[in-house]
Write a new protein. Structure first.
Length: 215
């Protein structure tokens, strides 16, 4: 068997050592790169979490401030209304109720409630009552109500236009209920009415204005 010269063997061993060193260095650099990547990702995630928590704290403070301001205010609904002729009425107004609040709007004979003791059929046939609704936008609302021949006999010269807010209305958004309270407990006004229910009183806000029909 041929003998391997010492110089060749030494050269081979040196090459093996060099390759081993290079491989170890590459593995170390790869490990360091991975660790740096993990550290960077963790730092970014922590920064995002801290920023999210900061925004949540700011939003909570703003919400608490808004709720406190709303609860301490005197709440109102102001109405302007006109008869447009026929069975059509135009209603607009302003309010400090939250945007998105759902308001019930109605037009009725000025003496409508004086006939509460009359039979329903008589009231249905002889009294005007036109229901409608509108949503608050930027503290204002505008709507037009048109009654049918059955809803609006239009036998009176004077009519009441009523706009009301009921927190138990199924159309009220959650953000509105958060402000006014589930039973309207945050409403403050002399125009608040109490609705007695088996689950306790509900506070509702109403406003009325009387108008004269056009000839």
């Amino acid at each position: 068997m041929a003998k391997i010269r010492p110089s060749v063997l030494l050269g081979f061993l040196a090459l093996v050592v060099l390759l081993t060193t290079v491989i170890l260095r590459l593995q170390t650099e790869r490990t360091n790169h991975i660790e740096r990547g993990v550290e960077t990702a963790l730092a970014a995630a922590n920064a995002q979490r801290e920023e999210l928590q900061r925004k949540q704290r700011e939003a909570a403070r703003a919400r608490d401030s808004t709720l406190a301001a709303f609860a301490s205010a005197e709440h109102f609904i102001e109405i302007e209304a006109h008869h447009l002729g026929g069975r059509r009425f135009w209603v607009r107004g302003s309010t400090n109720l939250p945007d998105g609040a759902h308001l019930a709007v109605s037009v009725m004979d000025e003496d409508y409630h004086e006939y509460d003791d009359r039979p329903d059929q008589w009231r249905y046939e002889n009294l005007t009552f036109i229901p409608g609704s509108v949503t608050v936008k930027s503290g204002h609302f505008t709507t037009e109500l048109t009654g049918t021949e059955v809803e609006a006999p239009m036998r009176s010269e004077r009519y009441l236009v009523e706009v009301g807010f009921n927190p138990w209305n199924i159309h009220q958004p959650d953000k509105v209920i958060e402000m006014v309270g589930k039973r309207g407990e945050n409403l403050r006004s002399q125009a608040v009415r109490l609705l007695q229910t088996s689950q306790g009183n509900v506070r509702m806000l109403f406003s009325r204005v009387a108008i004269t029909r056009l000839p």
